[in-house]
Design a protein around this ligand. Structure first.
Ligand code: ADP
Ligand code: MG
Length: 628
């Protein structure tokens, strides 16, 4: 419990004790009134102050105002009726404060749970200084420093392991509970927990750019992007509260006036004023105002715990309406780790051709480039390479030892006016030209991710009506992958701009309510990620472009998580709607009962607090998404 909540609890207990005592103390008249007012102020002074401030700031119609008017009104009514029974005003205020306290505790607790679940922020980094370990704050460590991570510690910064072997627990990042092995030379991301061995890591990023910081930033900003339902609630409150206040006024004034003017009988002011005040007490829309954002917060928290980062409540809503899923191939459905499977029509030694290819690719971040560099296997001397130009969707051109080299697909060869030899193998073909002459091609092949086929199947099971694969790769490879995985449609040999055009066509040909998701790895497809209704990025572990451009990020590149993300979003949205409907139905029911004089103030508050607690409990269900 927070300090503020403890203070509130004390106030509630004191006020409650005095309230009970007042029922038995044999005083009357002025003395009793003074005690009543004292008790009322003990429990409600802050509400009165907030209401008064609201009026000064011209934001009159909030729940503090409603409570203040209703309770002060109840006092006035007692005075008018010359009764010295003011239990109602105090009782209502007491109940309201108890409800607020409960809600504060519940909201605080669930927020804390969510943050705890995502407890990935490292507290310190160990640096070796003169043979001794020193703990420093992670944001003081510069790129290229060597840090030491002991077993049980969180990895504070992204880097490469320079010494040691260990097992890593990445569950806070990916939701994946199986530990991962890590050895010298492996890249390591911050936020994972080192379980067994001591690791020496050379950092490759500053803390602000490290994976943990990116994730935390994303999740912290997520709640500021409001969804349609949240906007609806805000608009609703702006119209609703004044409407309720005027209705209450009408309820207090009109029926007695009708009686006076039309029927000519004595007006029953106190009855109707009392009903109007009850009506006001009932009207607070707090269950909605609190439970809707909390539902989204819980949903986003639960998803991130499963390795699915959703950047805002608005994307949660769109994700739940997805009917078409469009995929990129390389790095998304396939691993993007190519192996050389053949070298044909070679005009030089095979090793020489690979060397040229690897050197030319030395600055590219495309999976093809990484694979060719791996195939070369030796240290790359970047001083030998100049004038590098990467052309998205085509390949690269560079000068190596002063000789011009081109490596890319047939489109690149056409563009350079070089005649090339077609290849009959199924695979991604890297044509090479050296010094303006065709020098042969390297056939590389990629493998499908082990979960891709299951991912497509589970999307269909989740009611996705259309799956499409778009790729810049050759038709033969594309058709084979699509057939293997069971993708409905496939378009191949596309340039990045063609992918945007294809997605635009698909966007035009679908229903308004159905949404289209594009899933990519951020390499050559960032524009499509932004163009789709919702962009889902793979490769959060590597590609910064993807994290920037996407609305949803899958932390472990597992395509199975797409269907999971959709199911999580649907559950969250369902809970949001349940809460909206539940709160509104009960609210309107109570309002009608209050206006008819069937529900009194106490019953009204009781119903209100009850609805709110149920709505908050329901919201917390959005957190439980593990087995979806
Ligand atoms: P995908 O849509 O499968 O992810 P890309 O759009 O990234 O593929 O690339 C399409 C094609 O362009 C590749 O299959 C390859 O032929 C060629 N290409 C792109 N970048 C490179 C590169 N760095 N080196 C060689 N070829 C490349
Ligand atoms: Mg790609």
């Amino acid at each position: 419990m927070k300090k503020k909540q403890k203070k509130m609890l004390v106030r509630i207990l004191v006020a409650l004790a005095l309230f009970i005592a007042l029922q038995f103390i044999p005083v009357g008249g002025i003395a009793k009134w003074i005690l009543y007012i004292a008790d009322y102020l003990i429990i409600g002074y802050d509400i009165l102050r907030k209401a008064f401030r609201g009026i000064l700031n011209r934001q009159v119609f909030d729940e503090n105002f409603l409570m203040a008017v209703a309770t002060v009104g109840a006092f006035a009514l007692a005075l008018y009726q010359r009764s010295d029974n003011c239990n109602e005003a105090i009782g209502v205020m007491l109940f309201y404060q108890i409800g607020e306290l409960f809600q504060g505790i519940a909201v605080g607790k669930s927020r804390r749970n969510i943050t705890e679940l995502m407890d990935i922020r490292p507290d310190y980094a160990n640096i070796e200084v003169d043979g001794k370990l020193e703990q420093v704050s992670p944001d003081e460590v510069s790129i290229g420093s060597i840090i030491l991570v002991q077993p049980g510690e969180k990895v504070p910064l992204d880097g490469v392991i320079v010494e040691g072997n260990s097992t890593l627990n990445t569950s806070a990042l990916t939701g994946e509970s199986l530990p991962r092995d890590a050895k010298t030379g492996d890249e390591i991301v911050s936020g994972s927990i080192n379980m067994t061995g001591v690791l020496k890591i050379q950092t490759t990023k500053e803390f602000g750019d490290s994976t943990v910081s990116k994730i935390l930033e994303l999740v912290e900003n997520a709640s500021s992007r409001k969804s349609k339902s949240e906007e609806f609630i805000a608009k609703f409150a702006r119209v609703y509260t004044p409407a309720v206040c005027y209705s209450a006024l009408a309820l207090a004034v009109l029926p007695p006036l009708v009686r006076l003017l039309m029927l000519g009988t004595t007006p029953d002011w106190s009855v109707w004023i009392y009903r109007a005040l009850t009506f006001l007490v009932i009207s607070c829309p707090c269950a909605l105002v609190i439970s809707i954002p909390l539902s989204f917060f819980a949903g986003i928290g639960g998803a991130s715990n499963q390795g699915v980062l959703i950047k805002g409540s608005n994307f949660m809503e769109t994700l739940s309406q997805v009917k078409t899923v469009v995929f990129d191939k390389t790095g998304t459905l396939t691993k993007g780790v190519f192996e050389v499977s053949g070298i044909h029509h070679n005009q030089m030694e095979d090793a020489k051709l690979i060397e040229y290819a690897a050197l030319a690719e030395c600055a590219s971040s495309h999976p093809i480039s990484r694979s060719l560099q791996n195939a070369y296997g030796k240290e790359i001397d970047r001083n030998r390479v100049t004038d590098i130009e990467e052309i998205s969707g085509y390949g690269v051109i560079a000068k190596i030892d002063g000789v011009s080299v081109a490596a890319g697909n047939s489109k690149l060869m056409n563009r350079l006016g070089i005649t090339y030899q077609d290849c009959h193998s199924v695979g991604t073909i890297i044509h090479m030209a050296v010094d303006g002459n065709y020098a042969g091609h390297i056939v590389i092949s990629d493998i499908e991710k082990p979960t891709s086929q299951k991912a497509i199947a589970s999307l269909k099971k989740a009611g996705i009506t259309k799956t499409v694969m778009l790729t810049g790769d050759a038709k033969k490879v594309a058709d084979k992958v699509a057939a293997d995985l069971g993708v409905d449609e496939v378009r191949s040999e596309l340039l990045p701009a063609d992918k945007v055009a294809e997605v635009e066509k698909l966007l035009k040909n679908k229903g308004d309510k159905d949404k289209l998701a594009f899933v990519g790895d951020g390499i050559n497809d960032a524009p499509v990620l932004t163009r789709a209704d919702i962009g889902i990025a793979m490769g959060a572990m590597g590609s910064d472009a993807a994290i920037e451009a996407a609305d949803v990020v899958l932390m472990d590149d597992d395509p199975l998580k797409i269907a999971k993300a959709i199911r999580i979003s649907r559950k969250c949205i369902r809970i949001v709607y349940e809460n909206i409907v539940f709160a509104l139905v009960i609210k309107f029911g109570c309002l009608v009962l209050g206006a008819l004089g069937i529900a009194n103030m106490g019953a009204a508050i009781f119903a209100d607090v009850g609805v709110m607690i149920l709505a908050v409990l329901n919201a917390i269900r959005a957190l439980q998404v593990k087995n979806l």
